[in-house]
Design a protein around this ligand. Structure first.
Ligand code: ATP
Length: 304
C-alpha cells in the first residue's frame, strides 16, 4: 500500500514501494519543471480574504475534477468501469465502497498516476496528462505502516517536503509555513520531534499537514482517519468545513466510515467497479448500500 512520504512517481505504473508514493503538490518530477506557467489550468486561486464560496449540491461552481466514462484494469482484471463524475469547487465528495472496489485506484487515476484504459480525466479544466500545477493538489495516500523510530526527519521537516512543488510554482501559490500547517492539525507542539517517534495516528495528522502546507485547492484523502481518535476526527471535520467555507477548498475523501462520512459530505459516491450512486447523501435510496456491500448498511446523518 501507499506511503505518504517520498516524491512523485509519474511513471503511471503500479504503486511502487512505500517511499515512492507521492504527496501531490510535493513531487512532480524534475522534467515537469517550468511547465507550471504554461499550463492553462482552468481554475484560479482565490485571493486572500475572498470568500471561498463553498459549493452546495446542485450549485454550479467551477469544475475541479471531471471523470468521463473512465475504465481501468489490472491486466485482464477490470477495476473501474464506466465511471463518470464531476467535482466542483468547495464540494466535499465522500467515496465509499467495499474492500477492493476500486476507490484507491480511482484516486490514482484522477491524479494521473494510473492511465485509464478508457475515458477522460480533467483536473481544473485541463487534461490530467498535461496538468502540471500539482501545488494546487494535496494528497494523503492510504496509510502505510507507521514510520520506524529511527526515521531521520523531524515532524517539521516532513511537513516542509510538501513545499517542494511550490518552488517552481507561479506567483499565485501562497504556501503556509510548516508550523502554520502543523497548527491546523494541532501538532505544532511536536514540530521538532523525530517523525518516527510519533504514534500512527499522530503521524497521520502530520501527513495531513504536509498535504495542506501548499494551501491546495483540492485535497485528496485516502482513508485519512484510520487509527485517528474520535476527538481528532471531530477536529479534522471541523477543519475541513472551515477550509471549504473560507477558502473554497474542494475535498475528495475515501472512507469506510459510511455513517460519519454521510453526515459530513456534500456528495456521496458509492463505488464497486462502477458507480452505484453519486449525489447528495440524503438522496441515497435505502437499498443502494445493501446492493453495494452485499448486506444491509445503515447510514445515519448526524453532525457530531
Ligand atoms: N498493483 C496491483 N496489481 C493487480 N491488482 C491490483 C493492484 N492494486 C490493486 N489491485 C486490485 O484492484 C482492485 C481495486 O483495488 P483498490 O486498492 O483500488 O481497492 P479499494 O477500494 O481502495 O480497497 P480498500 O478499501 O481495501 O482499500 C482490487 O481487486 C485489488 O486487488
Amino acid at each position: 500500500m501507499a506511503s505518504i512520504l517520498g516524491h512523485a512517481r509519474r511513471d503511471r505504473g503500479e504503486p511502487g514501494p512505500a517511499p515512492d508514493e507521492p504527496v501531490r503538490g510535493a513531487g512532480a518530477p524534475a522534467g515537469d519543471r517550468g511547465a507550471d506557467r504554461q499550463a492553462g489550468g482552468g481554475g484560479r486561486r482565490a485571493p486572500a480574504g475572498e470568500p471561498g464560496g463553498a459549493t452546495r449540491p446542485g450549485s454550479t461552481g467551477p469544475l475541479v475534477v471531471e471523470l468521463e466514462d473512465v475504465a481501468f484494469a489490472h491486466g485482464a482484471d477490470p477495476v473501474l468501469d464506466g465511471v463518470s463524475l464531476t467535482v466542483r469547487r468547495g464540494e466535499f465528495l465522500g467515496l465509499v465502497g467495499p474492500n477492493g472496489s476500486g476507490k484507491t485506484t480511482l484516486l490514482r487515476v484522477l491524479l494521473g498516476l494510473l492511465e485509464p484504459t478508457r475515458g477522460r480525466v480533467r483536473l481544473f479544466g485541463q487534461d490530467v496528462r498535461a496538468f502540471r500545477q500539482w501545488w494546487r493538489v494535496g494528497y494523503v495516500p492510504q496509510r502505510p505502516a507507521a514510520l520506524a523510530g529511527g526515521f531521520p526527519a523531524t515532524v517539521e521537516e516532513v511537513v516542509a517536503t510538501g513545499l517542494v512543488a511550490i518552488g517552481r510554482a507561479s506567483a499565485a501559490a501562497r504556501p503556509r509555513s510548516p508550523r502554520e500547517a502543523l497548527a491546523l492539525v494541532g501538532m505544532e507542539h511536536l514540530a521538532g520531534r523525530p517523525i518516527g517517534r510519533l504514534s500512527g495516528g499522530q503521524q497521520q495528522r502530520v501527513f495531513l499537514a504536509r498535504a495542506l502546507v501548499g494551501r491546495p485547492e483540492l485535497l485528496v484523502l485516502d482513508e485519512p482517519l484510520e487509527g485517528v481518535d474520535a476527538a481528532t476526527q471531530d477536529r479534522f471535520y471541523r477543519l475541513l468545513r472551515e477550509l471549504r467555507e473560507r477558502d473554497g477548498l474542494t475535498v475528495i475523501m475515501v472512507s469506510h466510515d459510511v455513517g460519519v462520512v454521510s453526515a459530513e459530505v456534500t456528495t456521496l459516491a458509492c463505488l464497486n467497479r462502477r458507480l452505484f450512486f453519486h449525489g447528495p447523501p440524503e438522496r441515497l435510496a435505502p437499498g443502494t448500500m445493501a446492493e453495494l456491500y452485499g448486506f444491509p448498511v445503515t447510514t445515519v446523518r448526524h453532525r457530531h
